[in-house]
Write a protein that binds this ligand. Structure first.
Ligand code: PFF
Length: 470
């Protein structure tokens, strides 16, 4: 592969050569680790249980699983493929492909949505990451040992009511993300993820093991896996779809950014499926860890964003060596959130570097700084601005704080919209020949994928959107 940097190089030279300049993942395994690092995060352990609780359990989980299979995996393949083909930051990969194949420049919007969603998500993601950091201290100091559900609840509301503590941990989390991004993807990411992800998995299993002893495991499993469609609302379907995007890190070009570092030989389909299966497995395990504790302690499954911070501490307070395991668990949760946070910042920084010619450190400081500042609004909406609902006049958004709105707008609108554009781009715009080359699937499998991104995904996303608008 030749490396071209002269301005007169052809686009296909650029397509061929750009990967070589930027350093590639060292192996398929490394890519899987990094993509899993992005996918597995607060979305699996914090968000999945709470949205499942809020939306009534089984039927919601079923729709969510369907969304992963029918919408998530095909779009992940499309994103990785576009990224590898373009070999640049998402914005420029799309631009390169559109210019080379003489397509309409409007497709650059895909990259733009990604950059916008990245800013917005990271701003509140970092605040929740901060909660996890704060809980390391709470757990390690032994404060949770033998506490009642009320006492554990009070510790949590104490944290939320304190803007300066929240701001401190939000700042620490954002700084952690920025340090790794500033150092570059290869040296920072791969090493961290390869150790931390398996460790998180093991600890989660441990909590599931404890949850089995509560005597409410069966009830929890029924709650998660016995669909009761009377509990499913149309907005629940939207949340399930949005969460499928959020949890797989789709719709904001993260997988595109990572795909741009993927060597040509590696199978995009196999890697995408592996990442999705691991991600879903972690979410289901988190559900199996948390709901038995919810039922055993008479807690409310629909308790909202605080759910895991009210249930897991209870478990750690009661299990043998809970202080040790609890501390470890929250440390690992921070790592899971950290690797996801890194992937939220990466596309923005890549774009600033290429587009604005800034160096990596300056781009990281600029982008991270903006996210940090935005995060202050989320910090305040947990306390001083808890009653401020800026869009409360819209029935669907009644009572939603700035924090709730950011979460809702990014996961349920921006990401599915980004995903829809990716599906349309792959399904209707990109050259079929190029896609066949990138994916190298059997003709049947290629057609199956192609029909999905061309018809099934766009129609599914459109129907869910239209229903919810009505
Ligand atoms: N997938 C991450 C999680 O489940 O926590 C969150 C996330 C990361 C969403 C990166 C979107 C993204 F681009």
């Amino acid at each position: 592969m030749s490396v071209t940097s002269s301005g007169s190089a052809t686009y296909s030279d650029a397509l061929e050569g750009s990967n070589a300049k930027r350093g590639l993942w060292s192996s398929r395994f490394a890519f899987i680790l990094a993509a899993t690092g992005s996918a597995v995060g607060l979305g699996n352990i914090w968000k999945f249980p709470y949205v499942t609780g809020e939306n009534g359990g089984g039927a919601f989980v079923l729709v969510y699983l369907l969304c992963i299979a029918v919408v998530g995996i095909p779009i992940m393949m499309a994103e990785v493929m576009i990224g590898r083909r373009g070999g640049r930051s998402p914005v420029n990969s799309i631009r390169l492909i559109t210019e080379r194949d003489r397509l309409k420049p409007a497709w650059k919007l895909v990259g733009a949505i990604g950059v916008l969603a990245g800013f917005l998500i990271l701003s509140f993601y970092s605040v929740i990451g901060g909660w996890a950091i704060s809980y390391v201290g709470t757990t390690a100091s032994g404060q949770l040992a033998g506490q009642s559900a009320e006492a554990v609840g009070a510790i949590f509301s104490g944290l939320l009511s304190n803007p300066s503590t929240l701001l401190l941990w939000h700042t620490v989390f954002m700084a952690l993300v920025m340090v790794v991004v500033a150092r570059g993807v290869r040296s920072g990411l791969e090493r961290a993820v390869s150790i931390l992800m398996p460790a998180l998995f093991v600890l989660l299993l441990l909590v599931v093991g404890y949850a089995m002893t509560t005597g409410h495991f069966g009830q929890a499993a029924a709650f998660l896996f016995q669909p009761d469609f009377s509990k499913l609302t149309t907005s629940g379907v939207l949340v399930a779809l949005g969460h499928a995007f959020f949890t797989l890190s789709l719709g904001m070009a993260v997988m595109m950014a990572y795909g741009s570092y993927l060597p040509k030989k590696i199978s995009i389909a196999k890697t995408s499926i592996t990442v999705s299966v691991i991600d879903t497995g972690v979410a289901l395990l988190a559900g199996l860890a948390i709901f038995p504790i919810v039922f055993a302690n008479g807690l409310e499954p629909g308790a909202g964003p605080g759910l895991i911070f009210q249930t897991l501490p209870l478990a750690f307070g009661q299990m043998p060596m809970g202080t040790l395991f609890g501390t470890l668990f929250f440390v690992l949760l921070i790592f899971a959130a950290w690797t996801s946070g890194i992937s939220l910042l990466e596309p923005i920084v890549e774009w600033l570097e290429e587009q604005k010619g800034m160096n990596r450190t300056i781009s990281t400081i600029a982008a991270g700084g903006v996210c940090w500042a935005l995060g202050i609004a989320s910090v305040l909406s947990l306390n001083l601005w808890a009653d401020v609902a800026p869009l409360g006049f819209i029935p669907m958004l009644e009572g939603k704080t700035i924090f709730d709105l950011l979460d809702f707008f990014t996961a349920n609108i921006l990401l599915p919209l980004g995903g829809l554009l990716v599906a349309l781009f792959a399904g209707w715009v990109m050259s079929r020949q190029a896609m066949e080359n990138e994916l190298s699937l059997s003709p049947t499998m290629f057609n199956l994928w192609f029909i999905t991104v061309r018809f099934v995904t766009p129609v599914a996303v459109a129907i869910v959107f239209i229903y919810n608008l009505m």
